[in-house]
Ligand binder design. Structure first.
Ligand code: ATP
Length: 302
């Protein structure tokens, strides 16, 4: 699997989310379960939730969770940003919201993800803007109009829970709230593992090389190479893990987005080391350069 962050929506799965185990379980029970098995809710005579609010600091994985749950439950996914609705479609915001909900119902099961919900729906008493007021009213209308089958769910994300209109937080609307907080050390380690997953870190190429040799070797030579391969794999894995553990312990306060940036930065540092070997005017990068490229553990350090 490629390192997270370099992949499109199509491939985002629960495995791309580090930490947040309880939160993810909660989201799955609240959104995925009713979407996949509405009969459970019908049998018990309860309405599945129409709206779920994910709240917490920026970069902690709210969008990631919404995409993953849509993917894993096979739901159509529509993502909009609050400010975009307000500004981009000036004068047509309500129409745009209607279209989004129509698209969702036509393609149900579907998830409508509204990022920065607070900007689309600030507390009405705070607001001077007529547009926001009308958009809130329209959103309420759309959510109230959703059939009670759990086949269209709205996920709202916000950094400021207290800025969300109370009317939006009533039963039948965004009535589930799930906090997505700053990760602790264990969770940071998981996130770092995910973001370095597809990276050729020091030793990786030697492992690949040895494996290739194993394939063609025979007899005693093959046995020896296989032993070497195993020892090498363990050692490289151990080095990599201890480097990540060190990072996890030193990055108090970092959120997922910060950790992703840290991994990307290491890769960029490695790339800059190879630049002198690369002829920028040539159309092709020599295979030998590509094959030798590796990210050193020290690329992570500075
Ligand atoms: P915002 O409030 O700014 O919209 P957000 O909480 O929606 O932030 P995301 O967009 O989900 O944050 O995260 C940004 C990026 O950070 C993700 O694409 C991913 O690369 C990385 N990331 C954040 N949290 C995690 C996590 N728990 N596990 C793995 N990667 C993460």
């Amino acid at each position: 699997k490629p390192a997270a962050g370099f992949e499109g929506l199509k491939t985002i799965s629960y495995e791309d989310i580090g930490g947040l185990k309880g939160e993810l379980q909660n989201v799955r029970e609240t959104i995925e379960l009713p979407m996949r098995h509405p009969e459970l809710f019908r049998k018990l005579g309860i309405d599945p939730p129409k709206g779920v609010l994910l709240y917490g600091p920026p970069g902690t994985g709210k969008t990631l969770i919404a995409k993953a749950v849509a993917n894993e439950s096979g739901a159509h996914f529509i993502s909009i940003a609050g400010p975009e609705i307000i500004s981009k479609y000036y004068g047509e915001s309500e129409q745009r919201l209607r279209e989004i909900f129509d698209e969702a119902e036509d393609n149900a099961p579907a998830i409508v993800f509204i990022d920065e919900l607070d900007s689309i729906a600030p507390k009405r008493e705070d607001v001077t803007g007529e547009v926001e007021r009308r958009v809130v009213a329209q959103l309420l209308t759309m959510m109230d109009g959703l059939e009670e089958r759990g086949q269209v769910v709205v996920i709202g994300a916000t950094n400021r829970l207290d800025a969300i209109d109370q009317a939006l937080r009533r039963p039948g609307r965004f009535d589930r709230e799930i906090e997505i907080g700053v990760p602790g050390e264990e969770d940071r380690l998981e996130i770092l593992r995910i973001h370095t997953r597809g990276m050729p870190i020091e030793g990786e190429n030697l492992i690949l090389d040895t494996r290739k040799k194993c394939e063609t070797a025979q007899g005693e030579e093959k046995e020896n190479l296989e032993k070497e391969f195993k020892i090498l794999t363990d050692e490289v894995h151990k080095n990599r893990e201890s480097m990540l553990e060190e990072f996890a312990s030193k990055t108090n306060g970092f959120v997922g987005a910060d950790l992703a940036a840290l991994a990307r930065e290491a890769a960029m540092r490695a790339l800059r080391r190879y630049l002198p070997d690369i002829d920028l005017d040539s159309d092709e990068i020599p295979q030998s350069v590509l094959e030798s490229m590796e990210i050193k553990i020290s690329d992570f350090k500075n």
